[in-house]
Design a protein around this ligand. Structure first.
Ligand code: MG
Length: 413
């Protein structure tokens, strides 16, 4: 029997199958060699899996057991002889049928470690199992700047798995993101980021305040806002008022002083190369975000605008106020303009101001955020490299480097 009926029959649960496992030093020709050997017995292929780790190959093939004990014995002997000639180990295990069907509820679990320890890997795996999940596959996404691995998990709802793993991640000091496999991760997407302490290391208002000599007063207002005595809009107006009379030549200086977060350029470049649209929203100022938009090749940027009259800052802002609700509103607006459903958007931020935006997005990522933000977000990154967000989207380091090479440089910034 060597036609379509064989493959169809073999996938039936009660058909005898052989699992052929080859292990040894990887070199060209192993896969072709194994299947040429199996081809002599005219078997079909039900499943193949191959991985190479540090130069060692594990190649598994699932084939229907040939009818008749003597033919099966001959197949076994031939495969073993071939493996021996290649100095590989072979194991052939008789069984019934194919893999069990994967359970309901499928998630991608990305784990970022810096380093990734055996202990935290064990703890994460135990939590997955404890939540009723099954680990179907594990592979490494990246070894730089962090070790990133992805677990494909089935059998447990993403909503149940996420809190279980968030707790463990926090205890272990690793970052874990749980994303539903139902989300089309590679469908066209939009990424919207906060600016201060996310895309850049600075708080822009503090850079302006330093030029106005009012750092302390600005810091006092910020502290009052954090104590809940002022809302964002009040604190924005109070802080901007302190900049009144400042020469607008300061804007260029502040633009020069802004320090990008490590990995910001790599993140944006890779996303753009992969067809994502990328934007920033900021409670800071368009005088800085417009410049970032141009320098980084962003699709969208929105912020508050410092009013300037006769070459001086007036201490007021003009236009629509970008606050906590405003950031979420802008995410929706950018998504509509980009033609991307909200479920296919990613928002990244660090502050309480970003919470509405993080909640509105398909995936909200807390980046080195305060605990209140971390707890509310879908995923948290606590290493100081913005490009690690790529791994949460299932993008591998190889793809990142391909984007870098395509740009003729490998500058990390
Ligand atoms: Mg921020």
């Amino acid at each position: 029997m060597n036609d379509a009926s064989q493959a169809t029959a073999a996938t039936a649960a009660n058909v005898p199958t052989l699992l052929v496992k080859i292990f040894g030093k990887d070199r060209p020709g192993i896969t072709a060699g194994l299947f040429e050997t199996l081809a002599r017995f005219q078997v079909n292929v039900i499943d193949i899996e191959q991985v190479v780790t540090r130069g060692r190959i594990v190649l598994c093939a699932l084939v229907p057991a040939p009818a008749g004990r003597s033919v099966e014995g001959e197949l076994r002997a031939t495969v073993h002889a071939w493996a021996e000639s290649m100095r590989l180990q072979a194991e052939i295990i008789s069984g019934i049928g194919d893999n069990r069907p994967r359970g309901e509820g499928r998630s991608h679990v990305t784990v970022l470690g810096h380093p990734l320890t055996a202990e935290s890997t064990a703890a994460i795996a135990a939590r997955i199992t404890g939540a009723g999940g099954n680990i179907d596959r594990i592979f490494r996404l990246a070894k730089y700047p962090v070790t990133a691995v992805e677990f494909a998990v089935s059998g447990v709802a993403t909503d149940l798995l996420r809190p279980a793993l968030a707790l463990e991640a926090h205890e272990r000091g690793v970052d874990v993101a749980v994303v539903s496999a139902g989300l089309h991760r590679r469908a066209q997407r939009l990424v919207v980021m906060d600016v201060d302490s996310t895309v850049i290391q600075d708080e822009v208002i503090e850079l302006f305040a330093a030029h106005a000599g009012c750092e302390n007063q600005v810091a006092e207002v910020t502290a009052a806002a954090m104590r809940g005595e002022l809302d964002f809009e009040q604190s924005l107006h109070a802080r901007v008022a302190l900049l009144e009379g400042l020469d607008d030549s300061v804007i260029d200086k502040v633009r020069q002083e802004v320090r990008l977060t490590a990995g910001a350029r790599t993140l944006i470049r890779t996303l753009k190369r992969m067809g994502y649209q990328v934007g920033v929203v900021s409670g800071g100022f368009t005088q800085v975000t417009d410049d970032l938009k141009e320098r980084l090749g962003l699709d969208f940027a929105a912020a508050n605008t410092l009013e300037i009259v006769d070459g001086k800052l007036t201490g007021r802002v003009t236009g629509e106020i970008v606050d906590r609700a405003g950031k979420a509103r802008l995410l929706r607006r950018f998504a509509a303009e980009a033609g991307v459903p909200l479920s296919q958007t990613v928002a990244i931020g660090d502050g309480a101001n970003d919470l509405d935006m993080l909640n509105a997005a398909g995936l909200g990522v807390a980046f080195n955020a305060k605990p209140v933000v971390r707890r509310a977000a879908d995923a948290a990154v606590n290493v100081p490299f913005l490009d690690t967000v790529l791994y949460l989207l299932g993008i591998t380091r190889e793809e990142v480097e391909a984007a870098d090479a395509g740009d003729g440089g490998n500058a990390r910034a």
